[in-house]
Write a protein that binds this ligand. Structure first.
Ligand SMILES: [Ca+2]
Ligand SMILES: [Ca+2]
Ligand SMILES: [Ca+2]
Length: 314
């Protein structure tokens, strides 16, 4: 397998359309050959063989196999990268990757602005270092672009921080799906008593676009405290009586990290759609009862257990 010198690779990307594509990350499972991925080895700092191998993958059969034998310790001296991806501001993405190595080690994943189309500078968008083991496992990071990057984002899997063997498969970059959350199904406002040692119920409602029963109940986290589903399972029923099945979930209020003064609470998690995990998220309003006032509120104000008095001011 011919190894490209890193800088030469970017020239190729800039001059020839062979690798060019627009929009979504594609062929993340390496099942249709290498393109539009490109290998990069920055020589002579790093010495490595990087190749597509037809077996041993975890998604399908093919995967990328790299054997790094010399490194200057800079992770991006050896990489497998894809250019001309679109990520846009206002959306939340999640990047997933399956990795395995011949020893416990780090592998890095980075999303950044690429100068390949209209010049300019590289700009970091998101990056993470994953502690990879000798078993295949899926790793992920959240990607929140602050600007629009139409066909100008780049994803790199970087592995030259250490010598050794690395296997890469199943790279995905997916948009979070907004779901319809109803805290305290059937009631409104959604009162939450912060002194309660109890459980709050929440439904994710199925819509024409999203089947809430596809949610993985073990993946969901509620509130800033990231409370987990307290029964470690979901309860599937038609919560809103519209004839389709919804996902009902329960969380300990004490674990949800909700503060006096909060007016909404978020649910985060994953659903399994067509065999793939996709990030989901949704928000619903809350009204706090029984809590202490938020620090910014008037300290002289007399505390009572009613929402109206705690809300204060007007
Ligand atoms: Ca594969
Ligand atoms: Ca409600
Ligand atoms: Ca329903």
């Amino acid at each position: 397998m011919k190894n490209h010198v890193f800088l030469a690779m970017f020239c190729v990307l800039g001059l020839v359309g062979a690798y060019a594509h627009a929009g979504e990350l594609i062929n993340g499972d390496f099942e249709t050959g290498l393109s539009p991925w490109v290998f990069g080895i920055k020589a002579p700092e790093a010495v490595a063989s990087v190749q597509l191998v037809p077996t041993g993958g975890v998604i399908g059969s093919s995967c990328v196999y790299a054997n790094i034998t010399t490194t200057a310790g800079i992770n991006w001296d050896v990489g497998v990268v894809q250019d001309e991806i679109t990520v846009m501001s206002g959306k939340v993405y999640k990047a997933y990757i399956f990795l395995k190595a011949d020893r416990a080690r780090q592998v890095s994943l980075e999303v950044k602005r690429s100068p390949s189309i209209d010049g300019g500078a590289w700009e970091g968008i998101a990056n993470a270092d994953f502690n990879v083991t000798t078993d295949w496992a899926e790793y992920s990071m959240i990607v929140v672009p602050k600007k629009n990057y139409p066909d100008t984002a780049f994803i790199g899997v970087y592995m030259a921080q250490e010598i050794g063997e690395v296997w890469v498969d199943g790279v995905r970059l997916v948009t979070k799906t907004e779901v319809n959350v109803d805290i305290k199904p059937g009631s409104f406002p959604n009162h939450i008593n912060l002194k309660s040692k109890g459980v709050i119920s929440l439904a994710v409602l199925t819509t024409e676009e999203f089947d809430a029963t596809a949610i993985d109940p073990l993946s969901v986290r509620f509130g800033a405290g990231k409370a987990a589903e307290c029964h470690e399972k979901g309860h599937i029923k038609d919560v809103d009586g519209d004839g389709d099945l919804d996902m009902c979930l329960h969380f300990k209020i004490a674990d949800a990290g909700i503060q006096a003064g909060d007016t909404e609470a978020k649910l985060r998690g994953e659903a399994v759609v067509n065999g793939e995990r996709i990030p989901i998220g949704g928000t619903d309003s809350i009204k706090i009862v029984g809590g202490k006032p938020a620090p910014s509120m008037n300290p002289k104000r007399k505390l009572t257990n009613t929402w109206g008095s705690i809300k204060s001011g007007h």
